[in-house]
Ligand binder design. Structure first.
Ligand code: GTR
Length: 400
């Protein structure tokens, strides 16, 4: 009997092991010829099958419908109300960066349901500019040393001096203030303010929490006389780039959006299943998207949206996406196609796209277009080359 029991137990564990390994044994497709034919949902046809032909039909019917579809099926809800937002300046240095900028370290506290979330914002404001200045805000998903307020450590990930020299303020907050990037600890942050989200199938998870945080920083900017809150360019890299897109979609106060190497469930089309896929992202990062999103594992064709529709909700605001030549995981071609498929919504606003029909060559940025793009030579990263192009893009589209 004992013998039979231990045999049954071993058999059970073997089955569990095989299933776990099958899940982990993900092999990404990097072969363009193996991308199966797919049909994207039409951006300009409503769920009631009505053709959208005007800006007003887009804004009143189709755009809200698409935002709702993303909330329900992908990122989860984005709670808009809270009880209180206060802030305090923890540190202010008038002659930071060898005198060319003012540094402010601000603690933003948001309370809801008697629970607080504290966002630590680092902000440099250029001193040679008159009046409220436009600002680049980074959602920092890497180490905090990348946004060192003392500038002892400098990082290409957030080249603050270069941005200041170009006449913009630069700011950053860290994702861990909103939701630690961890399958268990992500609940310790914004989700405590909205506990009902945890049980809802369309409840918010980490990506929505980070995007929510970006909007709270924007609430703060509206109170800071140094900053022109109508000219905030939101920047995110990779998982942060998924959040920057979602924040700009949900909050139309963001004047410009940059999504750097954001890949799957960022700027790249999901239906191509090139590089990272929905199943893979939901398996390795189950705390990023809503429970409902798991329904689309290996089932992309039944999603009522694809990522070109997310990009389109950012219209008519300037939007810049990037890829890196060695970062096939993030599907550069799928990202470019996503932009191309969003063109018709920008066209409703009178913007004729100057995106080429095929992805541009490496290090050939497309800047003079309401939707910009470049493919940097190199690895998955955010570098000063990327930032240099964000600045050029903002010089055209954001500066007065
Ligand atoms: C990867 C993940 C990507 C991307 C990246 C990053 O592991 O698969 O979706 O977000 O991390 O954030 O650098």
């Amino acid at each position: 009997m004992q013998y039979v029991r231990s045999f049954a137990l071993s058999f059970f564990f073997l089955i569990v092991l095989i299933r776990v390994q099958a899940q982990n044994a993900f092999v990404a497709n990097y072969d363009e010829s193996k991308v199966l034919p797919y049909t994207l949902p039409d951006i300009l046809t409503t769920t009631k099958k009505v053709k959208v032909q005007s800006k007003s039909a887009w804004e009143t019917v189709r755009r809200p419908e698409i935002i709702k579809l993303f909330e329900e099926n992908v990122y989860g809800q984005m709670p808009k109300s809270y009880d209180r937002l206060t802030y305090s300046i923890k540190n202010e240095i008038a002659d930071a960066m060898t005198g060319k900028a003012t540094l402010k370290e601000i603690l933003i506290e948001v309370v809801n349901n008697n629970k607080p979330v504290k966002i630590n914002l680092v902000l440099f404001v250029p001193k040679n500019q008159k009046g409220p200045v436009p600002v680049f805000l980074l959602i920092n998903n890497r180490g905090k040393e990348n946004t060192d307020p003392t500038r002892t450590r400098k990082s290409d990930f957030w080249p603050a001096e270069m941005v200041i020299d170009s006449g913009y303020a630069i700011a950053a907050f860290h994702v861990s203030d909103l939701a630690p990037d961890d399958t268990a600890r992500y609940v310790n942050g914004v989700l405590q303010l909205y506990p009902e989200q945890l049980t809802a199938n369309d409840g918010m998870r980490a990506i929505s929490a980070w995007a929510w945080g970006a909007s709270r920083v924007l609430d703060y900017f509206e109170k800071d006389a140094d900053i022109d809150a109508k000219r905030v360019a939101l920047v995110g890299h990779s998982r942060g780039g998924k959040a920057s897109l979602w924040a700009a979609a949900e909050d139309q106060r963001f004047a410009m959006c940059v999504s750097n190497c954001s890949g799957n469930t960022g700027a790249a089309l999901s239906r191509r299943r090139f590089g990272e896929t929905i199943r893979r992202i939901n398996t390795v990062f189950p705390h990023w998207f809503s429970k409902n999103y798991k329904r689309y594992n290996d089932n992309e064709e039944s999603l009522p949206v694809d990522q070109h529709m997310l990009l389109a909700t950012i219209a008519p605001r300037p939007l810049y996406a990037t890829n890196a030549s060695k970062d096939l995981w993030a599907d550069p071609t799928g990202t470019f196609l996503s932009l191309k498929n969003a063109e018709k919504v920008y066209a409703l606003y009178g913007f004729t796209s100057t995106l080429s029909s095929n992805p541009p060559a490496i290090n050939q940025p497309i800047i003079n277009s309401q939707m910009g793009y470049h493919m940097r030579e190199g690895e998955h990263n955010l570098t000063s080359y990327d930032w240099g192009n964000f600045i050029k893009f903002a010089n055209i589209h954001l500066k007065k």
